[in-house]
Design a protein around this ligand. Structure first.
Ligand SMILES: Cc1cc2nc3c(=O)[nH]c(=O)nc-3n(C[C@H](O)[C@H](O)[C@H](O)COP(=O)(O)O)c2cc1C
Length: 344
């Protein structure tokens, strides 16, 4: 079924296709009986996962990466397709429209995407409204960032606003200090500014947990384009602030591993995701595993498009994985294949 839908969607502009595809899936999910929806997309009847809210990731293994359900409008259907956790966002305090279009490109033969969306989102207040009545058994994490107009010196306030607003309605947080598409955001990945942001959120957590007995996992999302020294700095921040762990990685600014596309410069700037990213992300996971203590959670993301690659991520030290680009190319079958192989 997905291969037919894909044929039609891939005739359209990539960004329109993403919106249309998700809206169509959501509509089908609402109108079809559950069993029929599962039959149409060949989704097995997964048994419910027994997870511990204080210890989500040893139990939850396959999730959706940030950026597809930016505004928390589709998490129910995405969970029904087999994702065990959904990361919404990146969410910023005030709504922003992102970069001028076109800003999303498919590199079909390389099974990759280049995007420079620029954190387009509805803003934290509207997004929160969509999460207030979230069913408890659907695990949603909020990936939080800063508005483009906020200077880096004040970035910490943006992260705090999103954290406070969403604390009671999501199950975990991801601090996004890395996007190739928000000017200067990368410098927030340096040790000092990073320490400031993460420590501020940890302090805020002390106040928020008073009304909420189980603290929410907090993870840091990082770039794949980093030196060993930078990875070590990141690991030190995670250890010092004692957050839950790391999501590795975001998209890459490199165009190195493209095989078929000989002129990627024609797409302009942006982050590359999908197949060409896998080796880079895997490498970062291996290094993080060396620098981090064994209790720190690693969520592996970047170019996972087969069951074998999912296994490689787990072997390298990931506790859970996330998908984005392979879901666009292969549809729900990639989730089913990975869950089957991992017996989850
Ligand atoms: C179109 C698009 C938009 C994205 N938007 C975000 C975002 O808003 N925040 C974020 O942390 N990551 C974002 N990402 C990065 C993904 O979450 C993921 O880290 C990256 O695509 C690598 O995984 P993949 O190769 O499986 O796609 C985006 C990726 C794509 C393709």
């Amino acid at each position: 079924m997905y291969s037919c839908i894909r044929k039609i969607l891939f005739l359209l502009d990539a960004e329109k296709a993403h919106h249309l595809g998700l809206s169509a899936l959501t509509l089908l999910y609402k109108i079809l009986p559950k069993r029929f929806f599962q039959l149409v997309f060949n989704i097995p009847n997964y048994p419910p996962v027994n997870f511990d809210r204080n210890n989500l990731f040893p139990h939850l293994k396959v999730g959706l990466a940030a950026g597809l359900d930016k505004n928390a409008q589709h998490y129910q259907v995405l969970a029904a397709l087999g994702f065990q956790f959904i990361e919404i966002g990146t969410v910023t305090p005030i709504p922003q429209s992102g970069n001028p279009k076109p800003r999303l490109f498919r590199l079909l033969k390389d099974e990759a995407i280049i995007n420079r969306m620029g954190f387009n989102n509805d803003g934290v207040k509207r997004i929160k409204k969509r999460l207030i009545h979230k069913p408890k058994n659907i695990i949603v994490g909020a990936n939080i960032g800063k508005n483009k107009i906020t200077p880096n010196e004040l970035a910490v306030n943006d992260y705090l606003i999103c954290f406070r607003e969403l604390y009671d309605v999501v199950d975990y947080f991801v601090i996004n200090v890395r996007s190739p598409n928000t000017p200067d955001l990368r410098s927030l990945q340096d040790k000092e500014p990073l320490l400031k942001i993460v420590s501020a959120l940890k302090n805020e957590e002390q106040l928020l947990v008073k009304n909420n007995p189980s603290p929410k996992p907090i993870l840091l999302k990082i770039a794949p384009d980093m030196t060993d020294e930078q990875i070590q700095d990141i690991a030190e921040v995670i250890q010092t602030t004692n957050i839950t762990g790391v999501v590795a990685t975001n998209t890459t600014i490199s165009r190195e591993h493209l095989i078929y596309e000989k002129h990627p410069e024609k797409y302009g700037e942006g982050g590359l995701s999908g197949k060409p990213l896998f080796d880079k992300s895997l490498n970062i996971i291996k290094k993080l595993r060396i620098f981090l203590s064994s209790d720190k959670i690693i969520i592996g993301v970047g170019g996972i498009d087969t069951e074998e690659k999912a296994e490689q991520m787990f072997k390298a030290g990931a506790h859970a994985i996330q998908l984005y680009t392979s879901f666009i190319y292969r549809g729900p079958s990639i989730i089913t294949a990975i869950r089957k192989k991992l017996h989850i």
